[in-house]
Design a protein around this ligand. Structure first.
Ligand code: C2E
Ligand code: CA
Ligand code: CA
Ligand code: CA
Length: 276
């Protein structure tokens, strides 16, 4: 038993070494990936539930690794966040999203009200640099502040609410809209809405997934919508994969929806065709 235990220990430490090694290698590969053209943005359409009109798009980062192919954002964003690389990549994403949105408008003038939503990681928020980066990007690309939406997770805001609230207030004063992403997963969400200034919440797709089967999830979703509206906050449902989900969300007064049933994330060129 002793021998087995020893082997077991060695096995686990080797497995751990390999995991660490993989992360280090991924970090090295990620460095300069934007400049090499390996990173790109996919845009997922967001629709209004009461008139079925296209309202905007969420920008989602994609990495096509030269050897390993497409890598899941949940994996490489985490590496970028831990290593600090997100502080370089984040502003590049922001700029590209604003540029693409301006290009759509030039090609299709009627799209001049569409918003573009950009995900901002906790580290970007903590760095304190965000208001300056946002202001410079808007100025240089010419995008109206009102059309830029920033998506933050509850976890980015929790912990340092005073700092976060100050930053978010400054951003909102400039016209930029602030969204709380993956809303409902953090448990403390409801009370935070009173203290953290936001324009909208995105109901996490884990609630939407079961909204037709699980009465608890429907009750929670309905409660989030009612509470948000009473505070003057807009609500997006994410992960809408079925017509039935779309219908029940509309019935419950949800404002916007996004999900595979409405449209998959697509490249900027494909999104432009959607506007034609
Ligand atoms: P998220 O912000 O919650 O983005 C929504 C995710 O749900 C996307 O995954 C999207 O492709 C996926 N999705 C959309 N509709 C559906 C649906 O109907 N069903 C299901 N099952 N999934 C759907 P993706 O693109 O893999 O991104 C994963 C996460 O990576 C994002 O979650 C976000 O947290 C992060 N991320 C992506 N791009 C960026 C970025 O530019 N910056 C930062 N900081 N994070 C990013
Ligand atoms: Ca998001
Ligand atoms: Ca989300
Ligand atoms: Ca459930």
């Amino acid at each position: 038993a002793k021998v087995a235990g020893k082997n077991c220990h060695r096995f686990y430490s080797r497995a751990m070494d390999q995991a660490v090694e993989r992360r280090v290698r991924m970090e090295q590969d990620l460095r300069g990936a934007w400049e090499r053209g390996e990173l790109s943005l996919a845009y997922q359409p967001v629709y209004s539930l009461n008139d079925n009109q296209l309202r905007g798009a969420e920008a989602l980062l994609r990495w096509q690794h030269p050897e390993h192919g497409a890598i899941a954002p949940s994996v490489f964003i985490d590496v970028a966040e831990q290593s600090g690389l997100i502080e370089t990549i984040g502003p590049q994403v922001l700029r590209a999203a604003c540029e693409d949105t301006m290009r759509w408008q030039q090609a299709h003038p009627k799209s001049n009200k569409l918003f573009v939503s950009v995900n901002v990681s906790p580290r970007q928020l903590r760095s304190g640099d965000l208001p300056r980066v946002v202001a410079t990007t808007l100025k240089e690309t010419g995008l109206e502040a009102e059309r830029l939406h920033l998506e933050l997770t509850e976890t980015a805001v929790i912990g340092d609410e005073i700092h976060a609230s100050g930053l978010l207030s400054r951003l909102r004063a400039s016209g930029v809209k602030i969204w709380l992403d993956d809303f409902g997963t953090g448990f403390s969400g409801l009370s935070h809405l009173r203290r953290v200034p936001v324009d909208g919440v995105k109901i996490d797709r884990s609630f939407i997934a079961d909204v037709l089967r699980d009465p608890d999830d429907l009750a929670l979703t309905t409660a989030i919508i009612a509470m948000a509206h009473s505070l003057g906050i807009t609500v997006v449902a994410e992960g809408v994969e079925k017509e039935g989900q779309f219908d029940i969300l509309r019935e419950r007064g949800c404002d916007l929806a996004q999900g595979y049933w409405l449209g998959y994330p697509m490249n900027a060129h494909e999104f432009a065709q959607l506007l034609a």
